[in-house]
Design a protein around this ligand. Structure first.
Ligand SMILES: *Cc1c(COP(=O)(O)O)cnc(C)c1O
Length: 429
């Protein structure tokens, strides 16, 4: 008797068809080229390859049968190091959060203090009290509350009055006062570069490692169109390779350490990756990462440039149509994202649902100053996927009009589908 699967295949088909008609503006997503997609259906999906490629006795695998994944893992590591200007890389984490987990397990113990971006300041949930950094430094009986004094020794970076930049002098003072075990830069609502060199300058003499969480902006970093954290002094770089970096869903940890620091910082991270946070690491998606890395080597610069130009164009267009976009005085953004304040249109949750009904997919987001995550005042919008489908700054103008019309309750569902039909072919420029 064949197992019934028609309903499953049907749902997959519906998803594929629906998403080809939608304008996807989720800032943490991307689409993958046919080459990257097709490289993921292979025998590696059933295999294990713990440890490192068989390059020497010390770094041998724990199983036999790995000669082809060894070749792929070695190439992926070598080519990604080259692309990111890194001396060390670990390509085994299966996601950005998993990469952060490896760093936290390797570098932190209960009671250690850490400085991160707060969630309402744009930080990721893995940086939060209930995320891996918060939980790793918690000791029994300690409240999962980040106040730095009475509860968890998790401290938040002070922000400038505009809330999208760091208050660097206050941040430097906080590092000197707390002398943390680790500081974490980078965010999920991430419009502008972090002051990496200034923070590294105060951390370095204190022996405090600087982790730059580049999950969102890794593709922009690889394209050379955002700050270069490792060159600016970050000790470690973590990232997802499926947000602005158009690869399979995986993560990386990278560094640019001299031999002495390598022992101090890289070895614990290596143990944090395996056995700390992963054993089998979804081998079948690793060839796809290698292909995406080559695509970025070839097209990363033009792609990253086009993404940022589109984000700025969408910000300006929405703003001019009476949909307020944050950080206007700074040109809205220097990344792939913009933050839109939709309080006047019913708030983030309601507006995100309205846009979904019109085939425009976004996520509602807390904006700085919001206190209730269930009633956020904003939307976070990313343009990297639509840029890959060929939308340019003129298309951003059309998209802004469709969005503004939707917010003003016009029926735009069919117009959005017609608009999206014009952008179906993946390309980098
Ligand atoms: C998305 C994100 C992560 C987590 O990455 P996943 O690949 O989803 O696990 C980590 N840090 C930041 C800042 C992020 O935005």
């Amino acid at each position: 008797m064949p197992v019934p699967i028609d309903d499953v295949l049907n749902l997959i088909g519906q998803q594929n068809a629906w998403r080809s008609e939608c304008v996807n503006l989720i800032a943490s997503e991307n689409t993958q080229s046919p080459a990257v997609r097709n490289a993921q259906n292979n025998d590696f999906m059933a295999r294990y390859a713990e440890g490192h490629p068989n390059t020497s006795e010390e770094t041998r695998r724990y199983y036999q049968g790995t000669k082809y994944i060894d070749a792929i893992e070695t190439m992926a590591a070598t080519e990604l190091k080259e692309l990111l200007g890194a001396k060390q890389i670990d390509v085994r984490p299966i996601s950005g959060n998993n990469a952060n987990t490896a760093v936290a397990l390797g570098m932190l113990r209960g009671g250690d203090s850490v400085i991160v971006n707060s969630t309402d300041g744009g930080g990721h949930i893995s940086h939060a009290p209930i995320g891996v950094f918060g939980r790793r430094i918690q000791v029994r009986g300690m409240a999962l509350k980040a106040d730095g004094e009475k509860g968890l020794p998790l401290h938040y970076w002070p922000l400038a009055p505009d809330k999208y930049h760091m208050d660097t002098p206050a941040a430097i003072a906080l590092v000197e006062q707390v002398k943390p075990k680790l500081v974490v830069l980078g965010k999920s609502l991430f419009l502008f570069p972090e002051p990496v060199s200034e923070i590294a300058a105060v951390c370095s003499p204190l022996g405090v490692p600087v982790l730059y969480d580049g999950a969102h902006v890794l593709g922009l970093i690889a394209g050379g169109e955002f700050q270069q954290p490792l060159q600016e002094g970050a000790t470690l770089l973590t990232g997802s390779v499926h947000k602005t970096f158009p690869g399979p869903q995986r993560g990386i940890v990278a560094a640019n350490l001299n031999p002495e620091d390598e022992k101090k910082y890289w070895q614990p991270v290596d143990r944090g990756v395996f056995p700390g946070s992963s054993s089998n690491h979804h081998l079948h998606t690793l060839p796809a990462l290698l292909i995406a890395t080559r695509e970025m080597r070839e097209h990363g610069k033009t792609y990253a440039k086009a993404i940022i130009a589109n984000a700025q164009a969408l910000g300006a267009a929405l703003d001019s149509l009476g949909v307020p976009v944050e950080a206007k005085e700074f040109g809205y953004t220097k990344s792939h994202q913009i933050a839109v304040n939709v309080t006047a249109f019913g708030g983030g949750l309601e507006v995100a649902k309205k846009l979904e009904a019109a085939n425009i997919i976004v996520n509602y987001n807390m904006l700085p100053g919001d206190t209730d995550p269930r009633s956020p005042s904003g939307l976070r919008i990313g343009v990297q996927e639509m840029t890959r489908f060929g939308m340019d700054t003129a298309a951003m103008g059309e998209l802004a009009q469709l969005m503004a019309d939707t917010l003003r309750n016009k029926d735009t569902a069919a117009a959005v589908i017609a608009f999206r039909k014009r952008y179906q072919t993946l390309r980098y420029v």
